[in-house]
Design a protein around this ligand. Structure first.
Ligand code: F0G
Length: 445
């Protein structure tokens, strides 16, 4: 599928971003030249996926599309119980409604914002146990998304009774699209077993994670991606999935598990929130496309082409000396805004400021993964400045060419070259209590 994209003038962009309250989520897509807001639901489907859509079975109950999807999921993950949902956060909502109660603690590696939102809205705590190395953007290590086994063990030793499960996000989006090693998944499993706790994978980019295991971890070079994903999921009790990423569909998600009790518990919430158990928020045709997408994107060549494009963009940024979370992530480059806009104080949101500057420069829409996204501490209501403040350039799958990557790199270089002159950021004039970055209204200082 090919779509036209439109150029705008700087003057127009000044107006559009002001009207959007300096929040890129409020921009119209037609005012965006290259859209890197997300790699979620923005990929381009294949001929086989489009063909499968024509065979969608839209029966309310027992649709063949559901059984095709279930079979594809079981083949790749080994999980036999499947609940389709309309996207990843819906899978979280359904499963967490069963698993989490007020006062619980959910340890994991940099919970994604919707995951954190679904934990915190249930008055539970998302405890980040990511390795400390992930915070040093210039440190180059192969598995920067890992869970720190010492932090995890400490959490369990102190609070085992309050921990219903451990969550591992593969790849670790918030830490920069960084993978988790098989070795680490094994260590997590061993700790979980010691305390008799289940492990849940937030699996949005599990195939990209498997690619990194194949190319970076000893002993996996000769294994296929499908062999690696099977081995990964053998270490978990279940998964939530946003199929909009690594299954390359525009909408879709699911819960899959080997535990009958999770299935029985979650299904009660699926019916009122999502829909009947054999469609749960999806059309038959979408389940068909998802089944094909899962199969296709667990092949090495597809993943290699995609991840090499992200690496290409990284190599162009290296030429210009622009600092980003190293090494390049699977789905995105995360520019280290606090290292670029050194004159913008943290209270004025450097990464959001850089996001606005890149849009003004060339109509390129990135996304802040930083202090705005981090929300306020639920107890103190203070801004959380403890993490990284990044501008994410998420690359949609099979959409842009390396020519677009060149445009992105040079636009960012132009902003980088005038970084010393950028001394003021933004202030919040309105914000929601949870997941504020989607709707926040800002003013330029
Ligand atoms: N988990 C991870 C790791 C994610 O990256 C996302 C979504 C979700 C869960 C929720 O899935 O959007 O289908 O409801 N991430 C997108 C992003 C939105 O831009 O990174 P969803």
């Amino acid at each position: 599928m090919v779509e036209p994209i439109r150029k705008t003038t700087r003057e127009e962009r000044e107006r559009f971003i002001k009207e959007a309250h300096y929040n890129i989520f409020q921009l119209k897509s037609e005012h965006v030249y290259i859209d890197l807001i997300t790699d979620s639901g923005t990929g381009s489907m294949t001929d086989r996926q489009w063909a499968a859509m024509m065979l969608g079975d839209e029966s309310y109950a027992g649709a063949s599309s559901f059984f095709k999807l279930k079979e594809a999921i079981t083949k790749i993950t080994g999980f036999e119980y499947v609940i389709p949902t309309h996207q990843g956060r819906a899978a979280e909502n359904v499963l967490f409604s069963y698993l989490i109660k007020a006062g619980d603690i959910i340890p994991g590696n940099s919970h994604f914002d919707t995951t954190k939102g679904h934990i915190e809205s249930r008055k539970a705590i998302a405890l980040d146990c990511t390795i400390d190395e992930a915070k040093d953007t210039q440190l180059e290590i192969p598995f920067k998304g890992n869970v720190d086994p010492k932090k995890l063990e400490k959490a369990l030793a102190e609070n085992a009774a309050k921990i219903p499960f451990i969550i591992v996000t593969i790849t670790n989006n918030t830490a920069g699209g960084q993978p988790v090693s098989m070795q680490n998944l094994k260590e997590i499993r061993a700790i979980a077993d010691k305390y008799n706790k289940p492990v849940l994978f937030d699996s949005a980019r599990f195939a990209e994670n498997a690619y990194f295991i194949k190319v970076r971890e000893k002993g996996y070079a000769n294994k296929t991606i499908k062999e690696i994903t099977k081995e990964m999921f053998a270490l978990a009790d279940g998964m939530t999935m946003s199929a909009k990423k690594d299954a390359i569909v525009n909408m879709g998600g699911f819960i899959a598990t080997r535990r009958e009790d999770w299935y029985e518990g979650a299904k009660v919430f699926c019916i009122p929130f999502e829909g009947f158990l054999t469609y749960g928020g999806m059309n038959g045709r979408d389940m068909n496309a998802l089944a094909v997408g899962l199969d296709e994107n667990t092949e090495f060549d597809n993943l290699e082409t995609r991840i090499k494009q992200v690496e290409y963009l990284a190599s162009r940024l290296d030429e210009f000396g622009i600092p980003y979370q190293r090494p390049a992530g699977g789905h995105a480059i995360f520019v280290d805004a606090t290292k670029v806009l050194t004159h913008v104080p943290k209270e004025e949101f450097p990464a959001q400021t850089l996001t606005i500057e890149l849009y003004l420069e060339a109509g390129i829409r990135g996304c802040e993964i930083g202090y705005l996204l981090a929300d306020r501490d639920p107890v103190t209501r203070e801004n959380r400045f403890g993490g990284l403040d990044l501008l994410r350039l998420a690359i949609p799958r099979r959409v842009y060419t390396n020519n677009h990557m060149d445009v992105i790199a040079v636009a960012l270089k132009n902003v980088f070259d005038r970084r010393e002159s950028i001394t003021h950021g933004v202030k919040i004039v309105w914000e929601a209590e949870l997941m504020r970055h989607f709707t926040v209204k800002l003013e330029r200082l």
